[in-house]
Structures are given as structure tokens and as C-alpha cells.
Design a protein around this ligand. Sequence first.
Ligand code: URA
Length: 192
Amino acid sequence: MKEKALLQLYNRITGCQCPCPGERTGAGLVWDRGYPGSRIVFLGEAPGGEEIKQGLPFVGQAGHNLAGHLGLAGLERRDVFITNTVKCRPTKNNGRANRRPVACEVKHCARWLDEELAILSPRVIVTLGDVALKRLGGSDMRVGNCHGQPFELEKYTVFPMYHPAASIYRRALIEVIENDFKKLGAWLRQKR
Ligand code: URA
């Protein structure tokens, strides 16, 4: 039921014509074949090159980090559904590098994410990084100020986390991220 609705949605995303400035590729090619029945959704930023190649979210270096962090929360990848705020891969240097999505791309993809979340109807959304957090919580939010502190929105609770790639550039964040995932695990167990 959910699988069919999601598949139809991703097929529509594949035909998306983004009017925003900047180069990008692969709209709609990446979607989680995980567990759409899960009430826990992890929301990233946008797919990278490896994700487009494999058609799956978080399968590159950031995905490797995420897989390790999930274990700290007592979760496995198949327990959750993973998706992205922006549905294409924003690129630069003729596709050689990823770039952060611009506001126009986040806004243009909002319709897709809203539809996807309506199908998934999660209880908890774990945002990974500032792009996902701002998309759901508003542009004033900063992950540095509220990571590990859940807050309520109308339809679900948001649990903000640093992006799993953040520790690649800032090693000091590893401990912070690991503690947040342990906290997420304890919080989920208490919520059950
Ligand atoms: N980073 C993200 O935010 N999403 C992915 O799918 C991969 C890396």
C-alpha cells in the first residue's frame, strides 16, 4: 500500500523540472527500499554521487557513519525509513563534486517531501543536519543550538541531529553525535 504510493511518487519526481539556478542530476532516482511501515524517518540533505549510482540514500561515506550511529540508538537500517530533503543531487564543477542545496531547491522539493511524509506518516523524524532541520522547523533553527533536543510539530516529533558527514570535517563532533544517538535510543525506548 505505502510501497505502491511511494513508487508512484518517485516516478513523478523523476520527471521533475527544477527551475532553480545551479547544476544537478538524478531527481527521483534515490529512494529507500527499507521499511516504509516504520514510524521513524531519518531525513538527510540530498543524495551524493554514490547514492545516485546505487539508487539508495546514505550509501557513501556519510551512510557508513550513519550505519554505525544507528547501532548506538539500538536501531538497524531496516528499522527506519531514510530519505532526503532535496530529491536530486546538487552538483558543481560539471558534476565532479556535490554542493549544498540552495533555498530554491529546498522550496521546489518541498512538495515532494510533503507528499512522501503524508504517505509514510511518521511519529518521529530525525533530521540530519541544518538543511533538513530548517526545512521542517523553520529557517531560524540551527543544529548547533538544538541537537539532541526533540520538539513537537503538528503531526510528528522532530529529533534534530548533526549530519553524519559533519564529523568527517570536524572530528570533535564524533563524541557529540555518538551521545546524541545514545540519547535518541533511550528517548525512543521511553516513548514506546
Ligand atoms: N548525504 C545526505 O544528506 N543524503 C544522502 O543520501 C547521502 C549523503
